[in-house]
Design a protein around this ligand. Structure first.
Ligand code: G4P
Length: 536
């Protein structure tokens, strides 16, 4: 789904421009353990949305905070589903779309990025750019959203900051522009130098932080304050960045081609507030979204939004199903009637929920950039557009390539109906993808997922919600490709044990592969076909 971020200068004010301009809706992307939970918690603390440290982190320690609704989350002490955290900070209205921090992640993680206007990429300074960060970054790049980088854990010895910038450039192919620069690292870490304002945010463990105003990185005051060695190094590195680094370029940032970089330490709260302030200043407010009938401006009068995620039974006490709606334009009001474009029905949006850091509470009004949760009795599908006074659709959400596959068998044939119902429901939610074998007279069901954990969630929910026991056999395939072009004989695409032809839920031909080798072999043998990573 495309978005357009543009400077509002010269554009007439819309009815809701002021509300839209206040909003920043973003996701934090990172590899597990980089410090996402810690950073989120510090941001919420600044916004006053939580009162004490540990409220968010507690969920890992099995204390179950607001987003741990599902039973499996409790059992494993991790957050499986993405939720939304909302808070106010100095006149800004901030929505953090929380993506699971666990090693295994899912379609939901990716789809959440479709609802975000920007992303904060969190990097552990000792580990650099890690695999999950790369995948999530790719999903951001696909959407062209701006990515802001926070290099974390500067209170520990890590890689050289210049080396980290090089890594971002080499591994992610992204140019970078440090907004601030660390003064020291590890035991010597004593602050960050703000390049634009030429000031140092000074930190000392266990003491109040302060701001040191300077006339530049070679100012004598820095030397007096942090000593010769750190001052010399800072002056040298800043000079290097000024001469050889990428210059600050707002257009390139908003086009997702240049990442502003910040350094800090979330756990000690060093550099988090200056980061937040600068981020709020530079990150885009909700922009126009593309629909099949042109661009929809966020501040227009008429309401619109799309469903980016559906979650069943978030609260076992209520057995509810919630559709998460990202608002794209207009004003949401409780009880309003809107077009459900896919079904052509008018529906009333009753009893929505907004997601605060600690609790769910009813929403009275919301604007572009906000996320509301709608109680759903089975009307919604991921990707649905809801709009007022129109019949347009926002672009389809892309499906992401699964990397794990299982063969699925219903243990109890008597419960066939429930088995089907459960599968249809969970496939509709988009957490898993369904395939059917069709060759050699064998009719089997395969399930593919972006992350392994989805299988456990799937099994657990099939049992808990549909009382169906499953047999799940792991398959050796590592990735899937949708075949584009005319296939006369599907068996010509089969290398026994290494590839497999299946049909997806929309009857499209898909090949499952055990390794890249067989993909390149098929590509050579069948130049008339294209093997697509994503369904067309
Ligand atoms: P995640 O959500 O990205 O998985 O990471 P999380 O915030 O849980 O942080 C992972 C570990 O990294 C935690 O340590 C956390 O305290 C630590 N951490 C986060 N930010 C910083 C930082 O700026 N500096 C340092 N030195 N460590 C940081 P843990 O030992 O796994 O957990 P805990 O016992 O501290 O809770």
């Amino acid at each position: 789904m495309n978005g357009r971020f543009c400077n509002r200068k010269g554009r007439p004010m819309g009815r809701y421009t002021e509300e839209v301009e206040k909003r920043r809706t973003f996701a934090i992307i990172s590899h597990p353990d980089a410090g996402k939970t810690t950073l989120t918690e510090k941001l919420l603390l600044f916004g006053g949305a939580i009162r004490e440290a540990g409220s968010v982190k507690g969920r890992k320690a099995n204390k179950h905070a607001a987003s741990d609704w599902m039973e499996i989350e409790k059992q494993r002490g991790i957050s499986v589903t993405s939720s939304v955290l909302e808070f106010q900070y100095r006149g800004s209205h901030i929505n953090i779309l929380d993506t699971p921090g666990h090693q295994d992640f899912s379609e939901d993680t990716y789809r959440t990025l479709a609802a975000a206007d920007s992303a904060v990429m969190l990097i552990d300074c000792a580990k650099g750019v890690e695999p999950q960060t790369i995948k999530l970054f790719e999903a951001c790049r696909m959407r062209g959203i701006p990515v802001f980088t926070f290099v974390n854990k500067l209170d520990r010895q890590g890689k050289d900051p210049l080396e980290l910038l090089e890594e971002i450039e080499e591994v992610l192919g992204m140019r970078s522009c440090p907004i601030n620069w660390p003064v020291g690292m590890g035991a010597d870490f004593c602050g960050v130098y703000d390049r634009e304002h030429q000031r140092i945010y000074r930190y000392e463990r266990g003491q109040d932080s302060y701001v040191l105003e300077t006339e530049g990185a070679d100012d004598e005051r820095i030397r007096e304050d942090v000593g010769d060695a750190l001052a010399d190094r800072l002056a040298e590195e800043i000079e290097l960045l000024d001469v050889a680094g990428d210059p600050f370029d707002m257009d390139a940032i908003w086009a997702g081609k240049l990442t502003p970089v910040y350094f800090g330490s979330a756990v000690t709260n060093f550099g988090v507030e200056p980061f937040l302030e600068s981020f709020l200043d530079l990150a885009p407010a909700p922009g126009a979204r593309e629909s099949d009938q042109g661009w929809i401006e966020p501040d227009q009068e008429k309401f619109s939004g799309f469903v980016f995620k559906i979650q069943a039974n978030m609260n076992p006490a209520h057995r509810d199903r919630i559709a998460f709606l990202r608002i794209c334009s207009g004003k949401y009001e409780r009880g309003m009637a809107v077009n459900h474009v896919r079904t052509g029905k008018m529906i009333k949006l009753a009893l929505p929920q907004q997601f605060m850091a600690q609790d769910r509470s009813a929403v009275e009004e919301a604007y572009a950039g906000d996320v509301v949760g709608l109680f759903d009795t089975g009307n919604f599908q991921v990707g649905d557009t809801l709009c007022e006074g129109g019949k347009y659709r926002f672009e389809r959400l892309p499906q992401f390539p699964p990397e794990h596959f299982i063969r699925l068998t219903n243990k109890n044939a008597m419960r066939y109906k429930q088995f089907q119902k459960g599968i249809n429901q969970l496939v509709e939610e988009g957490a898993i993808q369904l395939y059917r074998t069709f060759m050699e007279g064998i009719d089997e069901l395969y399930i593919g997922a972006v992350g392994e954990l989805q299988f456990q969630v799937f099994e657990h929910r099939m049992k808990g919600e549909y009382n169906v026991d499953l047999l799940m056999d792991r398959l050796p395939y590592r990735f899937a490709r949708w075949v584009s072009g005319e296939v006369k004989d599907p068996s010509s695409l089969v290398y026994r044990g290494h590839t497999r032809c299946v049909k997806d839920s929309r009857d499209r031909l898909v090949v499952l592969f055990t390794s890249e080798f067989y993909l390149s072999t098929l590509e050579q043998d069948h130049p008339e076909l294209t093997f697509l990573k994503l369904a067309e």
